[in-house]
Design a binder for this molecule. Structure first.
Ligand code: FPP
Length: 251
């Protein structure tokens, strides 16, 4: 039976986040430069977006470039930026056709102006789409995001727009880059590394984690469906007991 047919459509995670890892190692295995791996990673991005759409995931967040990635060799950074922009521009028609809304999260100040301008056009053209929100984390670091939230909340307190007693989880959520998104239900990391690498630290509080040895350029629709199936076979308790979950069904 097809993997997709085994998926329970009533228990699909709303928000899936992916750490796309292993492009460099994949290229090395083929005796090619690292950027060859990134170029082939674009196909896996397309597969993942299609697979997420096919099963009814509402939000997909991809870690494309971290704040730490600025320290990579200049040529690699330049290729990655160009690749991101060209891929998303090329995919714009497909995004519109499939009712996918594009957004980016991260520290936009560091992005080259041309990249930002090109991305903003695709963001504008897809802003009313509803089926799936595709969020690309670009120049993103979770701790930086949290620091930024602290600063903005503090400013509101100083300006008397907010009282300290009013600060709760909702207020913090609303000051993160991801304020429009629900918590992450499932986080996937490829390439066998078992780390979170400063990605969505607040948002994964109750997420299920799925690690696979597949290197990112080889990641296929079936790999995505396998991650969803594994997620569906786990019991999410949110701190409750199994018995409570069975009787209240409150998940
Ligand atoms: C990690 O592999 C991957 C990245 C840092 C870049 C991911 C970017 C893409 C797949 C390009 C296209 C993206 C979009 C959203 C269109 P690595 O270089 O860290 O691999 P390694 O750990 O094997 O060295």
């Amino acid at each position: 039976m097809d993997l997709i047919a085994q998926i329970d459509k009533t228990k699909v995670p709303h928000h899936v986040a992916v750490i796309m890892d292993g492009n460099g190692r994949w290229a090395k295995q083929q005796g090619k430069p690292r950027v060859y791996g990134h170029k082939n990673g674009v196909k896996a991005v397309r597969e993942t977006i299609n697979a997420a759409g096919n099963v009814g995931v509402k939000a997909l967040t991809l870690y494309a470039f971290s704040t730490e990635n600025w320290n990579r060799p200049k040529a690699e950074v330049k290729t990655l930026m160009t690749l991101l922009l060209s891929s998303l521009k090329n995919e714009a028609k497909e995004l519109i056709k499939n009712d996918i809304k594009l957004q980016i999260i991260g520290n936009q100040e560091n992005l080259p102006k041309s990249v930002l301008k090109g991305l903003k056009k695709v963001i504008e053209d897809t802003k009313n789409n509803k089926s799936l929100t595709l969020t690309i984390a670009l120049s993103y670091g979770s701790r930086e995001e949290i620091v930024n939230a602290f600063k903005n909340i503090s400013k509101k307190v100083v300006n008397k727009e907010l009282r300290v007693e009013e600060i709760d989880e909702n207020i913090i959520n609303n000051h993160l880059y991801t304020f429009t998104l629900p918590d992450v239900d499932l986080m996937i990391r490829t390439s066998g590394e078992k780390r979170i690498s400063n990605f969505l630290l607040w948002q994964i509080a109750y997420a299920e984690l799925h690690f696979t040895n597949v290197l990112w350029p080889d990641f296929s629709k079936n790999d995505f469906y396998n991650a969803i199936l594994e997620y569906q076979n786990r019991e999410r308790r949110f701190g409750k007991t199994s018995e409570q979950i069975e009787t209240t069904n409150e998940i």
